[in-house]
Design a binder for this molecule. Structure first.
Ligand code: IPM
Ligand code: MG
Length: 362
């Protein structure tokens, strides 16, 4: 029986990289019934909604989605349609495996780090109070009376919130991931020395959960030191678990070490133990200037597709698809222009032709 999967091509280069991924997945022989839906600028133009309820319903019903990059239309009044999607579906765990593949231009020789990012709280609460408003004035008064600290009246204020529940479920997800994928170590990162009641809580909870996984090494790093050590010696790290904003930054830093966001896959998980709902997407943007030009790099999207196959229990197909992508990158003949090192003057190919090369190796 075919597996139903919600398919969101998205905006900009989205339809090309998702189209390529769909073709490659279909070529593995896994029977998938795609359920195409819309999110983003295109959806807003056609339906008046950047995040149509029919798309959310489809994702809830199918429990698995493959998604391209989407644009948040300013006229929609929405802060970020990506964040709204994660929030509405409570996709609390964002997994971004960062593995450097041979043939991809990079400053490094070996990188194999998995970022597990908390995806719903931290600095991303969206609670924003604008300078000069009565709300700020009231909050400043409250802070002065409860802590004695006088916040300057010309402050804009963003609220960061970290919960015990949120920290516990992301910690469990990280250790569960490490166990399932035979990873040896989890490193938690934070700024608990400064933010004792938010990052401090996160660290305390992750430490507690770590004790339930004695076979997995656990350590923690203050976030600035982690960034420094990552760029200096990425081979020291394995699985990283981080609060939302640090996860955003470190995931992008790791993408930079493996050749850039175009080659970096990703997934978001939600529901009980993160098993009930999964949205697979590469981490890059819509790259409007490349849209429709058959120039977009399909690697991040295709590797996200391989992650999806693995999630669906199709591990042989997932391995085959991943191996085919890795082989095409290693050979370096049929790759998009961005994957050419500056000193390599072989002609590049388009998104579609690179995907043909992947399919030929399945
Ligand atoms: C990401 C992106 C998003 C984020 C943006 C698009 C809102 O940077 O997925 O990493 O900040 O989470
Ligand atoms: Mg980001």
């Amino acid at each position: 029986m075919a597996i139903r999967v919600t398919l969101v091509p998205g905006d900009g280069i989205g339809p090309e990289v998702i189209g390529a991924t769909r073709r490659a997945i279909d070529a593995t022989g896994v029977p998938i019934e795609w359920d195409p839906r819309e999110i983003g600028a295109g959806a807003f133009v056609r339906t008046g909604e950047p995040l149509p309820i029919t798309t959310l319903d489809s994702m809830r019903a199918n429990r698995v989605a493959l998604k391209g990059p989407v644009e948040t239309p300013p006229a929609s009044g929405m802060r970020s349609v990506n964040l709204a999607l994660r929030r509405r579906l409570d996709l609390y765990a964002n997994i971004r495996p960062s593995r450097l593949h041979a043939g991809v231009p990079s400053l490094y020789d070996m990188v194999d780090v998995v970022v597990v990012r908390e995806n719903t709280e931290g600095m991303y609460t969206g609670i924003e109070l604008e300078m000069g408003t009565p709300a700020v004035e009231e909050l400043i008064g409250f802070i002065a009376s409860t802590t004695g600290v006088v916040v300057p009246s010309d402050s804009g204020i963003s609220v960061k919130e970290i919960t015990e529940h949120g920290s516990e479920r992301i910690a469990r997800f990280a250790f569960g991931y490490a166990r399932a994928n035979r990873r040896a170590k989890v490193t938690a990162s934070h700024k608990a020395n400064i933010m004792k009641f938010s990052d401090g809580l996160f660290l305390e909870v992750v430490r507690r959960v770590a004790r339930e996984y004695p076979e997995i090494d656990f350590e923690d790093r203050i976030i600035d030191a982690l960034c420094m050590q990552l760029v200096q010696a990425p081979e020291r790290f394995d699985v990283l678990v981080l609060p939302n904003m640090y996860g955003d930054l470190v995931a992008e830093l790791c993408a930079g070490m493996i050749g850039g966001p175009a080659v970096a896959p990703g997934a978001h998980f939600g529901g009980k133990e993160g098993r009930e709902l999964a949205v697979f997407e590469a981490t890059h943007g819509t790259a409007q200037r490349l849209a429709g030009a058959n120039r977009a790099n399909p690697v991040g999207a295709t590797l996200s597709g391989a992650m999806m196959l693995r999630h669906l229990g199709e591990s042989a197909a997932a391995d085959a698809l991943e191996a085919a992508v890795v082989e095409v990158l290693r050979e370096g003949t049929d790759v998009t222009p961005d994957l050419r090192a500056p000193d390599d003057d072989r002609p590049a190919v388009g998104t579609a032709e690179m995907t043909d090369a992947v399919i030929a190796r399945l």
